[in-house]
Design a protein around this ligand. Structure first.
Ligand code: AMP
Length: 288
């Protein structure tokens, strides 16, 4: 596996590869877990050349967020990617990727301002900017994104369509621990007690999905309240619980019946101790 930190060298390498093969990209912030590795495996089924990027992107962290505390485990990450036979690891430093004078920002309106966009102002601008730069640097024909960060996926789909970017985005379902908790690099910061409490997140999503299967004539407010109660019962500090349409990520009004919501998806963001956790689940009829 090549390990490179220069955007120019990565671009030259990718342009060479593209004469013979499609190039797939899996963007990450490192501290790799099985969820990331499944994205890599999916990428490998679509092309001979797979690039993984590891970059803890300062642009997407707010001033009071965990940029400095974010786990960095490069040595272990390299071993995991080598075992999967990844072709290239692009691991730039912030100075490699944002040299002095870097001044461009990409903003995707509307989709960036709801859900996590409300509690993390500027977050999706940082995400869109880094991803467009990663797409250009790696010349990727496709990039794989996890539905764990469903809003990120929707923002990037919108950017890709709006700017006619010549790449496709492949979604990957959420990868969970055996007990249901969505895998996340931040899970390692949970205390034993918070780790147990956090199980209320997947449990409440599953309970909502199970009710959605049996009765689609219940109002949106019912599903939101059910979920909020289950989370509050475990003393998780709720940032938001919202039932939204996948297309625009806008909340359906509380009295709307579930069956009237097109592609409904339930989103949760909570704090367990000082760790922010997110999760989501489709409540669409066909996903039940
Ligand atoms: P991150 O390193 O957290 O920025 O994540 C990099 C990519 O991995 C993103 O596309 C995430 O959505 C995806 N990802 C992270 N955790 C999971 C998971 N548990 N299941 C599926 N995809 C994931």
């Amino acid at each position: 596996m090549l390990i490179l930190n220069s955007p120019q060298v990565v671009q030259e390498t990718a342009l060479r590869w593209k004469r013979e093969s499609k190039v797939g990209l899996v963007p990450t912030m490192g501290a790799l877990h099985e969820g990331h590795l499944q994205l890599v495996r999916l990428a490998k089924t679509y092309s001979q050349r797979v690039i993984v990027s590891i970059f803890v992107n300062p642009l997407q962290f707010g001033p009071t967020e965990d940029l400095d505390k974010y786990p960095r485990t490069l040595e272990e990450d390299v071993a995991k990617l080598e075992a999967l036979d990844v072709d290239l690891l692009f691991a730039p430093s912030p100075k490699d990727f944002y040299p002095p004078g870097f001044s461009t920002r990409v903003r995707v309106n509307d989709l960036s301002s709801v859900l996590c966009g409300q509690s993390r102002p500027g977050h999706f601008e940082g995400v869109a900017t880094v991803c467009l730069k990663l797409f250009q640097t790696t010349q990727a024909d496709f990039a794989v994104y996890g539905e764990k960060d469903f809003q990120q996926l929707r923002v990037l789909q919108q950017m890709t369509a709006d700017l006619n970017l010549p790449l496709s985005l492949l979604p990957h379902p959420i990868v969970r621990e055996a007990d249901g908790l969505a895998m996340s690099s931040r899970n390692r910061y949970l205390s034993t007690q918070d780790r147990k409490r956090a199980l209320a997140i997947p449990r409440s999503l599953k309970a909502a999905a199970s009710q959605a299967r049996t009765n689609r004539d219940l109002p949106v407010s019912h599903f939101v309240q059910l979920t909020r109660d289950a989370l509050a019962g475990e003393h998780l500090e709720i940032d938001y619980v919202e039932l939204v349409r996948e297309q625009d990520l806008r909340s359906a009004s509380p009295e709307t019946l579930l069956r009237e919501v097109k592609n409904p998806r339930l989103f949760i963001a909570v704090r367990a101790g000082s760790t922010r956790l997110i999760d989501n689940l489709s409540l669409a009829e066909e996903s039940s």
